[in-house]
Structure formats: structure tokens, C-alpha cells
Design a protein around this ligand. Sequence first.
Ligand code: DGJ
Length: 751
Amino acid sequence: MVVIILLKLYDMKKMIFLIFVAMNGFCLNAQDPSGTPPQTPGARPQQAKDLLIPLRTNNISLVYRVNGRDGRLYQAYLGAALDNTDILAQTRDAGHPAYATFGTDNLFEPAVRATHNDGNPSLELNYVSHEIENIRPDVNLTRIYLKDPAYPFIVTLFTKTYATEDVIEQWTEIKHDEKKPVTIFNYASSMLHFDAEKYWLTQFHGDWAEEMKMTESELTAGIKILDTKLGTRAHMYQTPVFMLSLDEKADEENGKVLAGTLGWSGNFRFLFEVDEKGSLRIISGINPFASEYSLDPGKVFRTPSMIFTYSDKGMGQTSRNLHHWAMKYGILDGTGTRYTLLNNWEATGFNFDEKKLTSILDDTKKMRLDVFLLDDGWFANKYPRNNDRAGLGDWQENRAKLPDGLGYLVKEADARGVKFGIWIEPEMVNPKSELYETHPDWILKLPNRPEHYFRNQLVLDLTNPKVQDFVYNVVDGMLTVNPGIAFIKWDCNRMMTNAYSPFLKDKQSHLYIDYVNSLYGILGKLRQKYPHLPVMLCSGGGGRVDYGALKYFTEFWASDNTDGLERIYIQWGYSYFFPAIAVCNHVTSWGKQSLKFRTDVAMMGKMGYDIEVDKMTDNELKFSQDAVRNYNRIKDIIYTGDLYRLVSPYKENRAVLMYVNRDKTRAVLFGYTLNSRYGETMNKVRLRGLDPLKTYKIQEINVSNEGRRGPGMGFGMTENGRTYTGNYLMNVGLNVGTGSPLSSTVYEITE
Ligand code: DGJ
């Protein structure tokens, strides 16, 4: 039976009447159909029928149940889309707690834990009401209101369903109206449950220059945690992403997979707990470690977004879902285009002057790149930034290196028809700086302990509004004086150690959380004034990569490791969660592979260069100019196309990937031979994502002008010039790769 219930939201200043449809005629409290929570401490809702709250994307169902017997909210189902959820209403098993509390009867890890203002350490949450708001034709936002029956403590669960992309975003808001502050100890963004035969978790971990290494392991009874406690540069060892295969190990095309990522640029935690019955709960959110939060009455504590997708068609589909979502909703200007860059960090380090930079502007033009990006070393005078031991925090042009200021470089760039970009690291300070001397109280450092440095620097206390203004003004001041600056690289080169905030005083356990929210505040304010300026997110390589930050950034620096071979693995890892348009790949002189190999690898994303162009041979220069031209022709396929990972470098001596545009008329395939053994055969690779009925022409591009036997070309058979149907390419395949280690092939595939 379909019943329409009129709800009055008790928690709103104005009365808002909402209509929602409850499939089972659920009524929480017979006396109060408004859903107003009982006000008498300890009062229980009367026995009522269960209420199902079914949420959907095109291919995923997430169903919550309000259990009529106890008034609590449960997850009744999460998985492939259900045509009909009625059957769930008939089962007696309520499901798993949707947002488990601590202190009463929960025996496992809670999603939320609090001590009330009277010292009561227990929390109960009962369903109050819910509402579903249609935000766009294919996006719904569901708010489920929960309340402690004995205390004015309220949790709102938010679930945003993106039907077309098959992505779900969840977060929560916690607030109370108790007389004094309440301490919250756990505050998950999302709690999900599965009941499967087995669980296979893939994590993505590493260190500086070895980001996103993939490791898959089986979850067994007990708890497995993926987390970070680094504060800033928080994802240096562990990126806030995971994949989970259910029942059996999944591959690219087969298997049930959940892919999740937390949009939070600080300490995160994913907790996987398998209980005695083999059920799995996944609790995702800010890492509660050393971060109990004292919440004032009336204040809202909002948790970051947990973003996830599910597919029963393997990992490839979950990646494409996340890519589609990210381009539309997750990354600043995710459907726009991107600049190609020439960066000077690898080529010059700190050692440059105006003349050198002007010559690099010439190189930018010669290479037909869009932007010259001036990296670290351009600022500070009392303690010049000539190495990483001094000057950080003093954001005035260094007069010896840049006597005519940044304005001169902007003008010179303009005269050459290229754009000018600049590096900053505004959250940090060297002890050898004027900023340190003038504002020692703006720095995170422990009293009674020695300062502890990493890359000779300390972190500024972003929780302090004066420091927030300083950071904002560093960026805004520079852009106001030099409105021609067209690109920024925002770096962050250390984690927090010996950290203590002079501003937070007795609330030190707020530091990790308040730091990130303050950073977002600054970025948000900058984005109001500069909504579309391209900014690269960097953190000593890929030390801070997440969708919390990417709302403010157009792209990210994946790693300082630009060795072509290493990059295949690093980029492969990122590709599970982040679309190619956001991943900055530069051709540098790291790695022993040919220029062609390194160029081909850099093309699988947002290509740039960080290389001494003036040291290139004529052949290398010509090859690179042609490659940039090729890239500009095909980059829309790489940016917005669908990614198919065809051969994994973790499984074979090859890596093969392809991108296909949405109407399946154009594709690009990248193939790499990483190594080869005596007698090893390289099987044909079956392509994916094409239209079987279309006929495609294969054209090999980025062919080294040293001929097919030039460095990195190998001795394989080229498919150049051949024509095949999509049906043939997807069922029989193409020859990709040669017997020659570290060789590569790029095919442009056109209908
Ligand atoms: C770390 C970044 O990852 C590098 O690309 C470079 O910008 C240096 N910092 C500069 O200090």
C-alpha cells in the first residue's frame, strides 16, 4: 500500500512541510505522526510497522529500514539494483545498524560515540523522520534524522545518489542542544555492511616517490584499518581510497566491487570489521585518533563526504563510474580543458635568474606548450630561498634572481604567446625566515620540546584566523599585483610532528580537524574571487590527493617520481579513482627509458614537461614538438573518454590501457613492454568499449623519428594503417607490444 504522509520537521526554524511516500504505511509514533522525537527522557516510540527507505542509482540499491520494534535505523540492503524492495519488508531480520552508537548494546566498532554534558557515556539514536530532495533530475539528497531519545542530541545522515554515474555520497551532521559542550569521540561519515562469502580488500599505499602501490589481501575476522595520522601531507603513506571485492577476487570485467574514497585532506580512517558471523562493516571518515571534539550546543559538526560506487561488472566499471562523477561533481572544472606545462623544477632546481627563466619562456614557446610554471626558489630576501633551508614564508620576489619582479616574467610570457604560472607553499615556514622571526606564535610547535623539522620546515597554525588571512593574502596579493598569473602549483611538503597550536589552547585535540577545515575555508574564499584559475594540488608529490581538496583544484601532482617505468604503476593506481584529466604527468630526465617511452607514459593524463629543452638534440626536439601536437589532437579522448585497463603491469610484463570517447568514434591505446623473457609470447590484446559494428582505422602515433629501431621502439609488428571492425578488435584483438624491454606503442583509433 502506498501512503502519503505529511511531515513537519521539528528541527527547522520555519515550518517546512514535506511529502514523502512510505511503502508500508509506517508511523513512528501513533500520537505524533509528525515524527517529532519523544521529549520525555527514556521514552520509546510505540510498536509500529517497519518503514523501508529505498535509495537508488541506475544500478545500485541502498535500502534502509526503520525497525518498528525498536525505532532504530538499519541498513537492509546494499548491492546491485533491486527492482522491487517489498520483499525486504517481509524479512524479520532488521539488517545491520545504519550508524552504530556506543555505550548501550553495540558490541562492535561504533560509527558515533559521545559523552553527554552530564557525563553519560552512552548514545542511542532513534529514527525521527526523513526527507528526499530532488536536486537535479538524476540526483537526490536524502536526509535521515536520528535522535537520542533521552538527550537533545541529533544526527542527520545525508545520502546523495547520482543515478547516472552510479555513485553515492554520504556524510553526517552532528549537533545537540544540551546545556554544556558534548565531547564526540567517533564521527563517521558512512557506515556500510556486506554479507559475503569472502572479502578482498585492495589498498593503495606507499611513500614519497612510490605512491599508490596496490596490495590486495583477504579480510578475516577482526579489524583491519587503513588510516593516516600525518595531519598535513596526510596521504603520503596511504591514499584515502580502497576497493573491496565480494565473494571472489574481482578483475577488470568481472566481480562484485565496491570502490570508495573519502573527500578529506587530513587524517582519515577506513575500518573494516568482520564479525563472528562473517558480516563486514565498513566505517569511513575522519580518523578519530587523538581527535575527540568538544561540540558546543547548537554548533553543527559536519563530517566529510564518503564517495563510493558499486558494480557487479568488475573494477573497470567502478573506475569509470568514479571518473564520470569526478568530472561532473568532484573536480574543479572537471569537464573543462587543461594547460600543457613546462616546469623548471627538475631542470634548474633553485638555481636560476631572470635570464635563465626568459630562455625557458622561449623553450615553452618552442615546445608549443601553454604555460611556463616557475617552481620553488623565486622568493625571500633576508634569507633568500636558494635551497630548502631558508626563506619559506617570505613571499616577496627575490631581488637578486628576479630584479624586475614577477610582473616582468608575466609580460615576457605574454610577449611570446605563452602563459605564466607560479609555485607556492603558503601553509609552511622555514625557521630561517622573517615570518618565523615576526610571528613565532603562528607556528605549530610544542612547548618544552625541541622543534622537529621535516625538509627544514614547520607548519603554520591555520586554525588561527590571522594565519588564515595571511595565507589568503599571500595568494590574493600575488594575483592582485600580477593579474596575468594564469596557473598556480600549491605545494605542502611536510606532515605534522611535535604539533601544538598556540591558538587552540586547551582544545589541542581539535587540531587535525580544524586545520583541514581552515584550509578549506581559505581555499573556498579564494575560489569565490578566482573561480576558474587552474591550480595544481601538490604535496611533495602525491601526499595530498582526495576529493575534499579537488573541489578547489583542477589537477594534482601525482608523484615526484617521473621515471617512465615507475609512473606506469603510479598512474595505474590513481586511475582506479581519479580521471586522467586531473593527473599531472611530466616528461623529465628521471628514468633510463627512451624519450618516446617517457612521453607516451606522460600522455596518459595531463601532460607537461620538466626537462632541459635546450639540451635536447634536434631529433628529440622534433619528436617532442610532434608529440605535443598529437597530444593536443587526442587529449579530449584522454580527458573525457572511458578508460579500459586491458593488461595489468602487476600481472604481465606489459601494461596496456585505452581511452574511448563517449560516442565510440575515437580511441587511443597505450601499450608498454616493461620487460621480456626468453621465448615469451605477447598475446594479442582484446580491446574494449568500441562499437562492434563500426570500422576503425589504426594509426600509430609518437613514432620515434629515429625509425622503428630507434630507442624504445622495439622490434614488434606495427598495426599502423590497418582497418578492423570493432567486433574484430574486441574479440580477436591487436598486436600490442614488442619483445624489446621498455618499448612502447600508441595507437590512435578512429572510426
Ligand atoms: C615538491 C614537489 O613535489 C616538487 O614538484 C617541487 O615543486 C618541490 N616540492 C619544490 O620544492
